[in-house]
Structure formats: C-alpha cells, structure tokens
Design a binder for this molecule. Structure first.
Ligand code: TYM
Length: 330
C-alpha cells in the first residue's frame, strides 16, 4: 500500500472550511487503500507566540475535529508531532542539507516574516519547511494531500530527498504533492481574492467548523459578491461568487455547471441562502460530534498515544537508515 502523510497546525480553536476542503477531506478519502499517517504539528505551531493552556486545548480540539471530520483511528495513524522526537532528529539533518538562499526563497516565510520584519521573525519560522520535510520523509510518504499554499514546501522536500539520496545513497522516498484542481485554494468570503486563513483573515471572512450554525449562516448571507447579477464561475470578474460556487460544489457534490444552471435568472440573495444552507447542514453533525469527543479527554489521549507509538516505530527505522548512510556511529 502506498503511504500518505499530512499535517495540520493546532493554531486556532477551530479549523476552517479551507483546511477541510483543501486538505482534510482528501485525508479522509485517502484512508481507504493507503497507509495513512496524519499529524497534528504542534512543534510547527511554536513558530508564533503561544499560550501553554491554549496550545494544549487546541491540540485536543484538533484531534476531536479530525475524528469528527472522518479520520478513523482504525484506518489511519493519527498522532502528535512532539510525541515523536525523530521529527526533531531528522529536522536538523534537513537544515544541514538546505542552502540559506534556498530557505530564503520560501514564499510562506517571506509573507509571514514581512508582516513583523525580518529582525523580529523567529529562526523557527525560517527553518519551518525543513521540519516539514522531516515530517514527510520520516514516513517514506508517496503522497502528501495539502492545499495549494503548501506546494512549494513539498517541492523543497523532494529536492532535499533527492539531494540526500544522491550524496548518501537511496534513503528517502520522493513524495508527491496531492493537490486537488478544484478546492486547492478556498478564499476568504469577505476578501475573495485572498486565501481563507487562520492567521490573517478577519473573522467575518472565515467559516469555522466549530462556529455555531447561526454564526456561519449570517457570515455566508453577508459574503462579499459584486455588482453583477449572474451566478457564474469567473474568478477574475466574480471572485466572491466563484468562491461560493466552489464551496457549494465541494460540499454538495453538484458540478459548478449544474449550479450555474440551477441559479440562472435568480439573484445573488437566493444563491447565498442556498450556499449557507449546504454549509450549515454539512457542518452541523461534525461540530456536534467534535463537541461530544471533547468531553472525553482520556479517549482522545488514548487515540493519540497509540498513534504516536506506531509513528515512532516507523520513524525510528528511517532515522537508523539515515544515520547509517550518513556515517554516524551506531
Ligand atoms: P496549515 O495548518 O496551515 O493548514 C492545514 C492544511 O489546510 C490547507 N489550507 C487550505 N487549503 C485550501 N484553501 C485554504 N484557504 C487553505 N488554508 C489552509 C493547507 O494547505 C494544509 O494542507 N505547513 C503546513 C502543516 C504541515 C504539513 C507537514 C503539511 C507541517 N508538516 C507535512 C503536510 C505535510 C501548514 O501550515 O498547514
């Protein structure tokens, strides 16, 4: 069976629709027929200021949401990055393999560091992609299901794996990014030319999985559209409507062409009400399930501990081969 690995940061109380449609929905589908490893990347979350109580709460909330969204602990290995110290071990090796210029070209680092200025940015933000490469390569993953914003990090991971293999002998599987054509970038519903984001979006533009149904209903009804009247997919002229069409289609399974037909001659108000209905009804049982799971912390911890134990076994094998090939005395 081919291996799949992906990760998500526990940096907010709730995942948003971009996380789900761009990534986690594919995680759920890939559990069947693949050997899947899914990781809550709490070490990556330390690249921004964190509050200890919040980090703990959000790590557990991430686990509850992933389970509620359909990740099955019987089919997948669900684990916490910090519980597998091999990530740090391989992370260092990846840092020693990466050029300073190469790391400086990572667009996520450039975007995030430009907000606070290079001098105030953490070194961990700079080395973030190398830890991500370690996350992937430790498990010899064939596929990495992510949103479009992660493409460059997966390309760097491939480059590093290839570089290591050619210098030290075959050690790592070269991973491929698994990125959907349709929902790879869900945009903010108030600023529909920018990505929906945990960190930068204003609250009104981000549809959160854990938000109450009334809140999401209201947000979608007041989504930004344009001065036109036609419900038609046109990213350049109608980014707001196009984004809502993408969301509706990804959740309802209807094609965009069908939706355009269904709403021909109807106004934006009717269309937004329909999108709101689809989103809210889709998320309602997921939110309820996540809330129920959060009531039993021991059960969540048991799932994470057994996932982490399994992950450590696989990761340790890779570390041993890597060290051996590097010439480290074992
Ligand atoms: P993170 O936590 O920011 O996001 C988790 C996943 O959600 C996707 N995503 C989106 N997809 C579509 N539209 C959006 N608006 C949107 N916003 C987020 C992201 O592409 C991601 O797949 N660096 C990663 C975490 C990570 C990782 C890994 C991923 C660490 N190690 C190893 C894969 C493999 C990140 O910050 O994701």
């Amino acid at each position: 069976m081919k291996r799949v690995l992906s990760g998500i940061q526990p940096t907010s109380d709730s995942f948003h629709l971009g996380n789900y449609l761009g990534a986690v929905k594919q995680w759920v589908e890939l559990q069947d027929g693949h050997d899947a490893f899914y990781c809550i990347v709490d070490l990556h979350a330390l690249t921004i200021e964190t509050d200890p109580a919040l980090l703990r709460k959000r790590t557990l909330a991430s686990a509850a949401q992933l389970l509620a969204l359909g990740i099955s602990p019987e089919k997948s290995t669900l684990f916490v990055q910090s519980q597998v110290p091999q990530h740090n071990q391989l992370g260092w090796i990846m840092e020693c393999l990466t050029g300073f210029g190469e790391a400086s070209r990572m667009t996520q680092f450039k975007d995030k560091s430009s907000k606070v200025g290079a001098d105030s940015s953490r070194v961990g933000l700079f080395t973030y992609p190398m830890l991500q490469a370690a996350d992937i390569l430790l498990y010899q993953a064939h596929f990495v299901p992510v949103g479009e914003d992660q493409r460059q990090h997966i390309e760097l991971t491939r480059d590093l794996a290839g570089r290591f293999n050619s210098r030290y002998g075959q050690t790592f599987q070269l991973p491929e990014a698994y990125i959907l054509k349709t929902a790879a970038k869900i945009n903010d519903i108030q600023e529909p030319t920018s990505k929906m984001s945990k960190s930068s979006g204003a609250v009104a533009g981000v549809i959160e999985i854990m938000d109450a149904p009334e809140v999401n209903l209201k947000k979608i009804r007041s989504a930004m559209t344009d001065a036109g009247r036609e419900v038609k997919y046109d990213m350049a002229e109608k980014p707001g409507i196009s984004n809502l069409l993408t969301i509706h289609s990804a959740l309802s399974g209807q094609t965009i062409a069908n939706l355009e037909n269904e709403f021909a001659g109807k106004g934006y108000g009717d269309f937004k009400a329909a999108v709101a209905d689809v989103v809210v009804e889709y998320l309602r049982p997921i939110r309820a399930k996540a809330m129920e799971l959060l009531e039993d912390e021991k059960h969540l911890l048991d799932i994470l501990h057994s996932g982490s134990a399994k992950a450590r076994t696989v990761a340790q094998e890779t570390i041993e081969t890597t060290y051996k090939n590097l010439g480290v005395v074992l």
